[in-house]
Design a binder for this molecule. Structure first.
Ligand SMILES: NC(=O)c1ccc[n+]([C@@H]2O[C@H](COP(=O)([O-])OP(=O)(O)OC[C@H]3O[C@@H](n4cnc5c(N)ncnc54)[C@H](O)[C@@H]3O)[C@@H](O)[C@H]2O)c1
Length: 384
């Protein structure tokens, strides 16, 4: 069975996903949508796609099976809900939504999950850390019971505001375009916690139940300061969570850090542990010693027909077929397309997505209250 997919938002990130969806063997029809006509025209020409739409309303009126939302992060949840209600399955870039107010983001999580329940349509959040090779390897080891009982998980996402390869100042200005205003600086680090939390929870298959957190304010910060719309002062936030499996989970979301960009986790169990080095290495460790792992050892194989379709026209040893963010893109696309074709909930459905996202919102609330220990809401599991 083949499916039809429309990609909404063909900016810098969305553009990376167009060929992966277009070339997937289960995708029989593909359309593009963007409100920026020049960008839409360029993408249609570059990827040789004839079917285009100039608004979300227009693409929602089509009979496409699924939409892929790659718009700016503050638009995601309302657009996903509109599209679910128009009868589409939805893939959305992370996060579920990004706003200054944690309470409003919690309300959007609730609305999103209600929309999935009401419509019976599926939503998947494209959390890249879920398909990093390190997470795939640890899921396999966890399934074998090789960790024993999980004792401690540590996740960190370091992305300094002025990281040379990806300045967050430039990203914000580009995404807001003509609406850019310096008051839009100073977002909350823990409002985007999915890269540090998602991979870990996918391995432990557990949820975070309580949190205590502290924030770090950089003196005289020109980005995180009180005269912004968020009023957030914290450039770095550190949280200690209680996990439902009994483990402690320490998460760092740092935007003011003298360090190269880093997305990594360590997982310590009573029988075995997994650690990532600062040099990008990965190790499986037991009482008897440690083994350094290669990316190819850690990665799950893609289905052979999918790999062949995405690899067509490339050199035999060209692994860029997997796409960016640790080679996660191809797996995200494959999981979503297969779930739609099979009529099942995707791995990172709305309920699971909330478990990767909501703990950060509550962690920031705790940091604002001097580390008060707070409970984390949960929406349960998706209906079977
Ligand atoms: N690791 C990751 O998972 C990761 C990395 C980078 C970006 N992202 C996410 O990807 C998303 C897109 O990021 P980007 O850098 O490409 O942004 P971008 O600003 O370059 O692109 C967004 C595009 O959406 C279009 N758009 C906005 N509203 C629209 C509408 N109503 N209908 C159709 N098109 C519309 C814009 O015109 C623009 O072309 C963001 O939400 C971001 O959080 C995730």
């Amino acid at each position: 069975m083949s499916i039809s997919v429309g990609i909404v938002g063909v900016g810098s990130f969305g553009g990376q996903f167009v060929p992966l969806f277009r070339d997937h063997p289960l995708v029989g029809r593909i359309a593009l949508c963007d409100i920026d006509g020049a960008r839409l025209g360029r993408a249609a020409k570059q990827f040789e796609i004839a079917e285009t739409y100039d608004s979300l309303d227009a693409v929602c009126r089509t009979d496409l099976d699924a939409l892929v939302i790659m718009t700016q992060p503050w638009l995601h949840a309302p657009q996903a809900i509109q599209a679910l209600e128009s009868g589409k399955h939805i893939y959305s870039a992370v996060p579920i939504i990004s706003l200054d107010s944690g309470d409003e983001m919690l309300e959007w999580c609730d609305k999103l999950i209600s929309a999935c329940t009401r419509t019976g349509q599926h939503y998947m959040m494209g959390e890249t850390s879920y398909y990093r090779p390190q997470a795939m390897y640890c899921r396999r080891r966890a399934a074998e019971g090789a960790f024993g009982h999980f004792a401690l998980a540590e996740g960190e996402y370091f992305h300094d505001i002025d990281e040379p390869s990806c300045s967050l100042r430039d990203v914000a200005r580009r995404r807001w375009g003509s609406q850019w205003d310096p008051k839009k600086s100073g977002g909350v680090p823990m409002h985007y916690p999915t890269h540090s939390i998602g991979g870990l929870l996918s391995v432990m298959q557990a949820r975070l139940t309580e949190v205590t957190a502290i924030g770090h304010a950089y003196p005289n910060d020109d980005w995180f300061h009180s005269d912004t719309e968020s009023g957030n002062l914290f450039g770095n936030e550190t949280a200690l969570f209680q996990c439902s499996n009994g483990a402690a989970v320490r998460i760092c979301e740092y935007r003011r850090i003298g360090h190269t960009g880093r997305e990594a986790f360590n997982l310590f169990g009573t029988e075995g542990s997994f650690r990532e080095g600062v040099d990008g290495s990965s190790h499986w460790i037991t009482r008897h010693g440690s083994t350094r792992l290669t990316v190819d050892e850690m990665r799950d194989p893609l289905p052979p027909d999918v790999f062949a379709a995405l690899h067509r026209g490339r050199e035999a040893d060209d692994h860029s077929v997997y796409g960016g963010h640790g080679g996660s893109h191809a797996y995200l696309v494959n999981e979503f397309v297969q779930s739609v074709a099979e009529g099942r909930a995707p791995a990172i459905n709305a309920w699971e997505a909330a478990r990767y996202f909501v703990p950060g919102i509550v962690a920031h609330q705790s940091a604002l209250r001097d580390g008060e220990r707070l409970k984390i809401p949960d929406w349960g599991d998706p209906p079977r």
